[in-house]
Write a protein that binds this ligand. Structure first.
Ligand SMILES: [Fe+2]
Ligand SMILES: [Fe+2]
Length: 283
């Protein structure tokens, strides 16, 4: 008999449910059928954690340390960094699915856009899995923490969701992806550099999705900076939306207004960092 996970989903809700509640990677990474109807959205469902297989079970950040960026030059450390990036992508896919389940009343166009981002994140996860395979590893070989789930899972509204995922973590990737691509090139790993280039290009679309929707969701009296920072779940702060090397060109390509980009350029990277918060490989 076909199980809920193996049966092809007939609605966006069923698809999202499969991504979060099936522990199997094949289910989490299978794209939705084209033109999936977004009917029968059901009541809001706020799942606390994704289902995972044993090798991808979530551990405390202290048990899932990731090498610093200089480790890119050492293949043994680089594979652990790529593993962490791959798991970031998996969490992004799961969190988009989480938001589809948590916000059934969000506008149709917002939900359609979220499905498109989710599908991109599934593709990114698979592409990193291919890189891992080429390095003799696989997703699940190293411990993983729920860094993004801890910060984003549970947010109050679609506006809070885009503030945290699109405008903070994906926004930061507009610095991290090119920086890591440069290190991959220094290490002579051109396939990894090309993958990071591609992710950077996709991330511009994802951040733009968040920017445009926050502009629609926000109070008309709020500036974009106020709208964003007021919806950041603690301990997130503007400095988490950038790397040490700030690259304004990505933000301008998104369509952010120059004043917002300037304020972001001035945001201290480490402000508010708390003990034990490390765990993101981009620090
Ligand atoms: Fe991604
Ligand atoms: Fe993304």
């Amino acid at each position: 008999m076909a199980t809920a996970a193996s049966r092809s989903p007939t609605t966006v809700r069923e698809f999202a449910l499969r991504v979060v509640t099936s522990p199997r990677l094949e289910d989490k990474l299978r794209p939705p059928p084209p033109d999936l109807p977004d009917t029968n959205r059901g009541p809001a469902l706020r799942l606390e954690r994704p289902a995972r297989t044993r090798d991808l079970r979530i551990v405390h950040v202290h048990e899932a340390r990731v090498p610093k960026i200089q480790g890119m030059l050492d293949p043994k450390q680089r594979v652990r960094i790529v593993h962490a990036f791959c798991h970031h992508e998996l969490q992004a896919a799961e969190l988009c699915a989480w938001a589809l389940l948590a916000f059934p009343d969000a506008p149709d166009a917002f939900r359609r856009g979220l499905v498109r981002v989710l599908v991109d994140e599934q593709i990114h996860t698979r592409l990193y899995m291919q890189r891992l395979e080429a390095m003799g590893a696989r997703l699940g070989d190293y411990p993983v923490s729920a860094y993004f789930w801890n910060k984003i899972g549970g947010v109050a509204s679609p506006a809070h969701f885009v503030a945290a995922l699109s405008l903070t973590f994906e926004n930061a990737n507009l610095d991290h992806a090119p920086t890591y691509a440069a290190w991959a090139r220094r290490a002579g790993d051109e396939p990894l550099a090309l993958l990071l280039d591609r992710i950077y290009a996709d991330e511009i679309h994802h951040v733009r999705f968040g920017w445009r929707w926050l502009a629609r969701f926000k109070d008309p009296h709020e500036s974009m900076w106020e709208a964003w920072t007021r919806r950041l779940p603690p301990p997130l702060h503007p400095g988490r939306a950038r790397g040490r090397e700030f690259r304004p060109e990505g933000r301008l390509a998104v369509g952010m207004d120059p004043e917002f980009v300037e304020r972001l350029a001035e945001a201290p990277v480490t402000l508010g960092r708390r003990r034990g918060e490390r765990g993101a490989p981009c620090d």
